[in-house]
Design a protein around this ligand. Structure first.
Ligand code: SF4
Ligand code: SF4
Length: 299
């Protein structure tokens, strides 16, 4: 069984063509700008969207722990009391309460993947395994990828690389393309904003490139974190020796679309107030990489 938090059909941003993207739950990093905060915990989680609440009171009645509380400033969920049983979400007919995280069998995943075969064939698309960090469930991922290859589907693995190398070895035989996320090569900044030393990510990237895997490097471009000229130089220096494997470097400009998810999970958003980079600045970063000999682009 694999634990996922979403399956997105008709995705056009997770590899070539039209794809079905399978989002695996759990992550080994904690990027402060993460736009999928519901991906990080390996456990099921309760999301609350107050704008959908019709005030029926069902959740107050059914919750066995009293986590739903009426307070002077509105409907409050005491997350410390929540045991993630999901009963309140099952009884919330307006879908203001939603449980995130579900276990799937391989057969269920295969059925989801095959639903859109005609679209893959027409567009050169296929299946993408993403997260969270999909390689934290590398055995399940490898088994699913093998099934996809048996069906003749194009396969992509989207990883942040902060896993043991053995996880890559499990999926390598069944993966046509890796989307490899690199946040920063500045050790202090990476540790501060992402929550880990980047050394393992760099080492796995180099080993993957040396294995002649096909790779698209993807960099979330975060203002004042990894968008300085020295960041572009360091990135180009890492990628340039491996251009026989690295087909492109994509800069993904920071956006604020995930901010409301933090509210729905009752969490703080560390980068509140940060504005997305201007189009001009993004193009300037692309130009710096190109000038350094790297096949860079943006969305
Ligand atoms: S069950 Fe849903 S709609 Fe009803 S009060 Fe609770 S959150 Fe609101
Ligand atoms: S998931 Fe269960 S314990 Fe948590 S608030 Fe809902 S009913 Fe209560």
């Amino acid at each position: 069984m694999a634990t996922l938090f979403n399956i997105q059909h008709f995705s056009i941003h997770d590899g070539p063509g039209i794809r079905t993207t399978f989002f695996f739950k759990s992550c080994s990093l904690h990027c402060q700008w993460c736009h999928n905060p519901e991906s990080i915990s390996p456990q099921r989680q309760l999301e609350f969207f107050p704008v959908k609440c019709i005030g029926c009171g069902a959740c107050f009645s059914v919750c066995p722990t009293g986590a739903h509380q009426a307070r002077p400033d509105g409907h409050f969920i005491d997350r410390a009391l929540c045991q993630r049983c999901g009963i309140c979400a099952e009884n919330c007919y307006s879908e203001a309460l939603v449980m995130v995280g579900k276990e799937y069998t391989l057969e269920e995943l295969r059925e989801e993947a095959l639903k859109d075969r005609p679209f893959y064939e027409a567009s050169g698309g296929g299946v993408t395994l993403s997260g969270g960090e999909v390689l934290l469930q590398s055995q399940e991922a490898a088994a699913f990828l093998r099934l996809c290859k048996e069906e003749g589907l194009h396969t992509v693995v989207d990883t942040a690389g902060f896993v043991p190398w053995e996880a890559f070895q499990e999926v390598l035989p069944y993966t046509d393309l890796f989307l490899y996320d690199i946040k920063s090569l500045d050790r202090d900044r990476h540790t501060r904003y992402v929550g880990a030393d980047p050394a393992r990510i760099v080492e796995n990237f180099q080993r993957l490139a040396q294995s002649q895997a096909h790779i698209w490097v993807r960099v979330p471009l975060i203002p004042d974190v990894n968008d300085r000229p020295e960041d572009m130089q360091a990135l180009a220096g890492l990628v340039r020796p491996y251009l026989s494997s690295v087909e492109r470097v994509e800069l993904l400009p920071y956006h604020r679309l995930g901010e409301n998810k933090y509210i729905s999970l009752g969490q703080d958003y560390a980068l509140a107030g940060i504005e997305p980079p201007s189009g001009e600045h993004v193009q300037d970063c692309v130009a710096q990489l190109k000038a350094a000999g790297v096949p860079a682009m943006t969305e």
